[in-house]
Design a protein around this ligand. Sequence first.
Ligand SMILES: [Fe+2]
Ligand SMILES: [Fe+2]
Length: 274
Amino acid sequence: MRLIQISDTHHSVEHKDFAANCEVIAAAVAARKPDLIINTGDISMNGCICAPDIELARSWHQALGVPVLSVPGNHDVGDRPEIRADQVIDNARINAFNAFAGADRWTHDLPGWRFIGLNAMLFKTGHEQEEAQFEWLRKAVETDAKLAIFMHKPLFIDSIDEGARGYWTVYPEPRRRLLDIIASRDVRLVASGHLHIARELTVGNTTHIWGPASSFVSGDSQEDLGGERRIGFVEYNFDETGFSHAFVFPEGATPLLIDEVGSRIYPKPASKPA
Ligand SMILES: [Fe+2]
Ligand SMILES: [Fe+2]
């Protein structure tokens, strides 16, 4: 079973700065004839305030001609108040994502495996859906299958027990809760987006993949988080016993910087543009 993880496509009806990169990605993905595509969030640029951006992402997904599952990112459904005071995650934003892009959390089973998609934007928000998702997750992991988890924000940067990394990762408290829920399970893969960086690290039996973006990379506006700042995707091959993976950086994709255009296409009061 061939899976391709794309991420951070940042589709926008108004701002076409990164559309050419997405088309390079689309062609390269189609050439590999995957069985399934998972978009690990920020499918839109301004989905929080512009639902047509999410509709555009859906149309782009449909044109790929392959089933696509998505999880929401901060650009799609919002974030915590201290990150983005004018775009706090709320029911209207979650409902819009669910309506246009599919459920914000899901399971997908194949022989020997259960894939789990999570709405990482709910963590540490106090939103009623945060607890509901933890309850849902407890049931979702009740399987003997190997688990692969997909979410927008990564669990960590350097160490799974590190302190808060602000904008870039899930906060330590919900990370601990999530890790406790999956502790007795055979979790082989945790795949995320959000950083716009290609990176990997294996801890125990679990491979953590930070998936590269389809749209842009960050320059000086992002501190050094390791990995490669390149446009691309991740190709996985799963069988009943395990999986292999490889980063793919298609020729023709350009590492466009958000730094120079972020204030125009993603204006905001107090957060970082990635
Ligand atoms: Fe992003
Ligand atoms: Fe993001």
